[in-house]
Design a protein around this ligand. Structure first.
Ligand code: CAA
Length: 283
């Protein structure tokens, strides 16, 4: 089964990056969101990011134009019916994701593969709410999507090999590398990355270092491109906390206890770059 059309649900930070890389690789993209403003902002951002790639001679103007021409947007979720592959990148709330799949199902072709870009919700559990758990899996991109090389491919307990192979071919076609992960809380990247970020927040909380010294230490001392607190701001502190809670609940180990300071920042609405304030002040 050849994948030609990809339906992207959600036009936020991850959704617009996914639409960008898919269109550039030659897939037809149908992108949906509940907000016209979000769709317009996503298309403008894709245009801007593709223009930057043209100016750095990574792609030609023709390739950019062709990619933009392959992206169609809609406010109507069910317009994604003709898709061969759905990548859901909506809000990281299980009930929202379940409702999206339930609404979509009656409009999809029998062969359509369903995937979620979830960073931590159980793929097996999401799959049970669909009519095709064997055609359901995790398709987890890293942020910023056009830049990061990795995609985690996560099999639910029922995912069949044909589905996995079809998704692997898509990853190869967009020029990225797939890491195969089993369906356990937070998969691979976030299982390792989030406890490090949480530990950095504890280091701040306990006064071992300040924001700058912690970030400088990891940038210059461990060669990380961003310090852990800067990275937390980039990912979103609410997302970091949600993933720590999934690890804490799912693995029942106190080593995953979210730092109280992280909880306090989220309660304050200081969520990082997206709210202009997190460990750093972006105002
Ligand atoms: N969209 C598209 N392209 C972007 C971009 C964006 N948002 N941000 C940067 N770029 C491009 C730039 O155009 C530049 O391209 P060229 O190489 O063609 O010049 C390249 O990326 C490098 O960017 P900059 O020179 O502006 O900045 P930088 O060298 O400081 O790199 C960074 C920026 C790539 C974000 C780098 O700091 C980095 O790798 N940070 C760590 C990111 C990371 O760890 N991501 C994973 C988060 S975890 C996750 O996503 C999983 C989850 O579920 C939470």
């Amino acid at each position: 089964m050849e994948i030609k059309t990809i339906g992207v649900v959600g036009a936020g930070q991850m959704g617009n990056g996914i639409a960008h890389v898919m269109a550039l690789a030659g897939f037809d993209v149908l992108m949906t969101d509940i907000s016209q403003d979000a769709l317009d902002a996503a298309v403008a951002l894709i245009d801007k990011n593709l223009t930057r790639q043209v100016s750095r001679e990574k792609i030609s103007q023709d390739e950019k134009d062709a990619a933009m021409g392959r992206i169609r947007t809609t406010l109507t979720l069910t317009d994604l019916g003709p898709s061969d592959l759905i990548i859901e990148a909506a809000t990281e709330r299980e009930t929202v994701k379940q409702a999206i799949f339930e609404d979509l199902l009656p409009h999809l072709k029998p062969h359509t593969i369903l995937t979620s870009n979830t960073s931590s919700i159980s793929i097996t559990r999401l799959a049970t709410r669909t009519d095709r758990p064997e055609k359901f899996m995790g398709f987890h991109f890293m942020n910023p999507v056009p830049v990061m090389q990795l995609v985690e491919l996560i099999r639910g307990i029922a995912t069949d090999e044909e589905t996995y192979d079809a998704c692997l071919k898509v990853v190869e076609k967009i020029g990225k590398t797939a890491a195969s992960a089993e369906d356990f809380p937070a998969f691979i990247v976030n299982r390792i990355l989030m406890p490090m970020i949480n530990e950095a927040v504890y280091t701040l909380y306990e006064g071992v270092g300040n924001v700058r010294s912690i970030d400088e230490s990891m940038k210059l001392g461990a060669n990380h491109p961003m310090g852990p607190l800067e990275l937390a701001d980039f990912i979103g502190l609410d997302t970091c906390l949600a993933i720590m809670n999934v690890l804490h609940d799912g693995l029942a180990d106190t080593k995953y206890r979210p730092c109280p300071l992280l909880t306090k920042y989220v309660e304050a609405g200081w969520l990082g770059r997206k709210t202009q304030r997190g460990f750093y002040d972006y105002r």
